[in-house]
Ligand binder design. Structure first.
Ligand code: SF4
Length: 360
């Protein structure tokens, strides 16, 4: 059992972050923000994928005006991501944003930062202090070089500015594309401050390498109880980011949501196309939110053993397979019917109201 480091709690719209709240999964829209229809369609698609908070980049006043329309059309918790132009942050607050992500280092003078903080305070919304290894203050870099300590000092400096304005509705992120630097920076910061942490490995790469890096980095942090909300950054679709985020949390037993596929790697004994079967079953069960174990196994060696322990399982043999439901064999099916039958069995189990355990 992982012991979570206890942090203060903040709220982004209806989602609580920190304290005893579940670790939330978020992503970011990748459409042009000014294209309201496409951005809204992506927000809805993200919601279907289980995304709990959506961040939107506001780069200019067209984006800000589009955000006004987007805000009116969805109740999804929305965070506006602002760089350089503090007036966009002020507009986003006026238009009903649930949280801001700013990098105080590029917002400009302290008066501007102060104005944004005051607006957030009046609207009772939090601000994420997003420190990025690529945009650290020169004096800090001179002292620490490009090290985790530099990121931490930058974050602490900004936290002190916010606290000096009597503003503590804060979460913090420390992003570097190097996994171990990121991990070390979060570890150090978690000992210095109790603000909730937004964790992730930034610019992690394509779906494959980004998934591996994110799983490694997030896995270390989460296993040490560090992290209150996460975003997986992939050069891929935002929906994929959400799926990977949940997969990491599921693998660590932190959140249970949706189907956990147990499938064998296949070997010389396999008699059916388990690779295609498992991928197809996984794809067709993405809409299931109920936590369930579904086994797709290739032969009689380990197949029945895994299938019997899963909520729904398939132990295949030579062109045929046995379908198990909660430990009992309920059907013998031909290879061409395996996917349909397995998916139907899972959907039927969910419809029956079966719950393995509550979503944590
Ligand atoms: S279940 Fe059978 S086919 Fe799959 S890896 Fe094990 S022995 Fe090989």
């Amino acid at each position: 059992m992982i012991k979570r480091r206890r942090t203060r709690q903040i709220s982004i719209g209806r989602v609580k972050i920190g304290g005893s709240a579940p670790i939330s999964v978020q992503s970011m829209t990748k459409t042009r923000t000014a294209d309201v229809a496409s951005t809204l369609a992506q927000i809805r698609s993200l919601e279907d994928a289980g995304c709990e908070i959506v961040r939107i980049a506001l780069s200019d006043s067209d984006d800000a005006e589009a955000f006004k329309k987007i805000r009116k059309a969805t109740d999804m918790p929305l965070v506006a991501d602002i760089h350089f132009d503090y007036r966009l942050a002020l507009k986003a607050v006026r238009y009903g944003v649930d949280g801001l992500r700013i990098n105080p280092g590029n917002i400009g003078s302290s008066e501007r930062v102060e104005e944004v903080v005051r607006a957030a305070k009046d609207a009772d919304i939090p601000i994420r202090i997003g420190v990025n290894a690529g945009s650290l203050e020169k004096d800090i870099l001179k002292r620490h070089g490009h090290t985790p300590w530099a990121m931490v000092e930058s974050a602490m400096r900004r936290i002190e500015i916010f606290e000096g304005l009597d503003f503590r509705d804060i979460k913090v992120s420390l992003k570097a594309s190097d996994v171990m630097s990121t991990v070390e920076a979060y570890r150090i910061l978690s000992e210095k401050a109790d603000y909730p942490l937004h964790i992730g490995i930034t610019e992690a790469g394509t779906a494959f390498s980004g998934t591996v890096k994110s799983a490694a980095g997030l896995g270390i942090l989460l296993s040490q109880g560090i992290g209150d909300t996460l975003r997986v950054s992939l050069t891929g679709t935002p929906e994929e980011e959400v799926r990977v985020g949940y997969a990491v949390l599921k693998a660590l037993g932190i959140r249970k949501k949706g189907v956990n596929i147990i499938s064998c790697p296949t070997c010389g004994r396999v008699k059916v196309d388990v690779v295609s079967l498992a991928c197809e079953v996984e794809r067709r069960l993405l809409h299931i939110d109920t936590p369930l174990d579904v086994a797709v196994m290739g032969c009689v060696v380990n197949g029945p053993g895994e299938a019997v322990q899963a909520d729904v399982g398939l132990a295949s043999g030579d062109g045929v397979g046995l379908i198990y439901r909660r430990g009992e064999v309920v059907k013998k099916v031909k290879e061409e019917d395996m996917v349909d039958e397995l998916v139907a069995m899972v959907e039927d189990l969910v419809l029956s109201g079966y719950k393995k355990s509550e979503i944590i």
